[in-house]
Ligand binder design. Sequence first.
Ligand SMILES: [Zn+2]
Length: 207
Amino acid sequence: MPNNTSKTGVRESSDIESDAHLPTESGNFRIAVTSDENGMEHSLLYTEGFTKSDNPLIRIHSECLTGDAFGSLKCDCGAQLKKSMQLIQQEGAGAIVYLRQEGRGIGLESKIKAYALQDEGYDTLDANLALGLPADARDYKIAADMLKSKGIKRVRLMTNNPLKINGLRKNGIIVTDRISHISGMCKSNIEYLKTKKTRMGHLLEID
Ligand SMILES: [Zn+2]
């Protein structure tokens, strides 16, 4: 009987690693979960080849309940998440760092308030500013720490956002390549994407 099993057969939770197999529609992954100092739980979704790779394919995805779970077309998050899972499966060695930074870090309730302002004609940036909130409140230290915890020092990053590249570099991860990541562009989100390009410095090949 393992050491962490009591006489009653109940395992000690603190002795069990939060890291397990996760079959998905896109293929087989493992999932590891880490809590930050605010109690937010962040996930690392990775393939078997990830920890053996010298320079894996990585996507850092910030939680978007409306896009990821409900298939919202107001943004491209759901399509980007799905595409990154498929590309990582094709590659064989890669991971998605799924950060609980809803609404570019302002939270779901504030994001929906910003959507209400967007219904009145504000763009995604001005809506945040009108609410007295930052345009982008995300932080990437926890993402870098999660990669380092699996022995990863260098990555190829799927992103259009220079802040993510800088966020990893600042926290000790070498980003050797940026891989353009465009998916799910449609008429419901084209203005949102244009604002990200023209006002927030995202590297998007759109006019
Ligand atoms: Zn979204």
